[in-house]
Ligand binder design. Structure first.
Ligand SMILES: Cc1cc2nc3c(=O)[nH]c(=O)nc-3n(C[C@H](O)[C@H](O)[C@H](O)COP(=O)(O)OP(=O)(O)OC[C@H]3O[C@@H](n4cnc5c(N)ncnc54)[C@H](O)[C@@H]3O)c2cc1C
Length: 413
């Protein structure tokens, strides 16, 4: 017999199994938006519950995992374990084979979301939040305009209502919190991208530190395809289509055709799917003491589909609104509007509105026009080095200055 010198108890401490009866803030959803929100509140000394319905963070993966380095570093210091590969270049390829892009040294990363999401969730716990995986929010308990509590199904299937001063709904595209708060979260299919992705081996590409984007009505109607390096010879190969533009084809059908054509020797290691909102921010993403953040609020970029940076940004903003109200003895309802909703709408929300118009314009673009755009973009970036943050403004300039496109681009001004 060996003696490890400790007495093991079969009873784990209660606070590891069941959330307390009340918290200053309840954050629903353990993705990047929720974990950053919970961490921010906990660091300021608020009591916080962060609840995630899945048993494993970041699983299944619903992301191509690309992220720009500088923007990411505004929120978190990257750890080696999160980084599947460093991105040093980006290229867009048109249906006729024109290429636009350049080298952007150390521009970003392709993440390992399974590790990234789990670490952010753990960091919220380290900052003092009570973190609960496999704990699903079912509904808000409303008291007039305000939520007095959130009802959860706990990991043992028992149900518990947790009282709170404020709720941050970081529960992604399907947002139960948004619906339960009475916010209009439904968006029509034409304002979504339906996505399919394989993690693949045997993808033959020139560079393994480059993001490749492929456009074309046949390749990805209303969207685009991508190949992002994951290190060790693996790539995320996927695409998003606009269901209303796809003429009955679905994302996996398009992806299989694309892979068969471009990467005939490639083999799938994992299969991923997901929906990207392409509507721009919801008209109303706060109600009373409830604020939606990240994908729940439709804060992802309608043009590129990227949402990680905006998820973290909005999670932080909403959390800081609660912190300032609680610590200054102010009103949370007012603080959500004044310190989160209004500044968001004036800043990023405004940009998202423009990207929404650009995205809708691309729904109408022919393959010949895509060839012209990529050829001209290639000429512009070939002459002058641009930064990552200049890509969209440069694309807009190209769109506006291409005479044959003026009938379609006029309304972007
Ligand atoms: C195929 C695809 C590719 C993408 N590629 C990129 C990319 O390369 N770069 C990029 O920036 N963005 C990309 N995105 C978008 C990006 O993944 C999202 O914008 C980002 O994950 C949003 O973060 P979030 O925290 O708001 O939501 P999520 O990451 O979706 O997290 C929400 C969390 O809430 C949990 N949850 C849901 N309901 C409940 C409930 N009732 N109770 C408790 N928990 C709940 C979910 O399980 C989930 O963990 C991609 C999306 C897709 C679908």
């Amino acid at each position: 017999m060996f003696n490890v010198g400790v007495t093991l108890s079969v009873e784990a401490p209660l606070n590891r199994l069941v959330p307390k009866d009340s918290y200053d803030v309840v954050v629903v959803g353990g993705g990047p938006a929720g974990s950053i929100a919970a961490k921010t509140c906990a660091e300021a000394g608020l009591t916080v519950l962060l609840a995630e319905k899945r048993p494993d963070l970041g699983v299944p993966n619903r992301c191509a995992e690309g992220i720009p380095r500088e923007q990411m570093e505004q929120f978190v210091k990257p750890k080696d374990s999160w980084i599947a590969s460093v991105v040093n270049a980006g290229y867009a390829i048109s249906p006729g084979g024109y290429v636009a892009g350049q080298v952007f040294e150390n521009a970003g990363y392709v993440l390992e979301r399974k590790v990234f999401d789990r670490d952010l969730f753990a960091a919220a716990g380290e900052a003092g939040a009570d973190i609960f995986p496999k704990t699903e929010a079912v509904e808000l308990i409303m008291d007039g305009e305000a939520a007095s509590a959130v009802r959860f199904t706990l990991r043992d299937r028992n149900v518990k209502a947790v009282k709170t001063l404020a709720v941050i709904g970081a529960d992604g595209v399907e947002s139960v919190i948004g619906k339960s708060a009475g916010l209009t979260t439904a968006i029509p299919p034409k304002e979504t991208h339906s996505c399919a992705q394989y993690l693949m081996t045997g993808v033959e590409l020139e560079r393994d530190d480059c993001l490749y984007f492929y456009v074309g009505r046949d390749i990805a109607p209303g969207g685009y395809a991508w190949a992002f390096p994951k290190g060790g010879g693996l790539y995320n190969v996927g695409l998003g289509v606009c269901p209303d533009s796809a003429g009955g084809r679905n994302a996996f059908g398009c992806l299989n055709a694309f892979v068969g054509e471009r990467f005939p020797g490639a083999k799938a290691v994992e299969i991923h799917m997901g929906l990207v909102p392409a509507s721009g921010s919801l008209k109303r993403f706060t109600r009373g003491n409830v604020a939606l953040v990240g994908d729940a609020a439709r804060h992802s970029d309608p043009f590129s589909g990227a949402g990680l940076i905006h998820a973290m940004y909005s999670g932080k903003m909403a959390a800081e609104s609660v912190v300032s109200a609680v610590t200054d003895g102010g009103d949370i309802v007012e603080s959500f509007v004044e310190n989160y909703k209004k500044p968001w709408e004036k800043g990023i929300g405004k940009k998202l509105k423009q990207f929404y118009k650009v995205r809708n314009m691309f729904l109408d673009i022919t393959d010949g026009e895509l060839d012209t755009i990529i050829r001209r973009l290639g000429e512009v970036v070939g002459e002058k080095r641009i930064g990552v943050s200049d890509i969209i403004p440069t694309l807009l300039k190209v769109l506006m200055s291409t005479p044959s496109l003026i009938p379609k681009t006029r309304h972007l001004l």
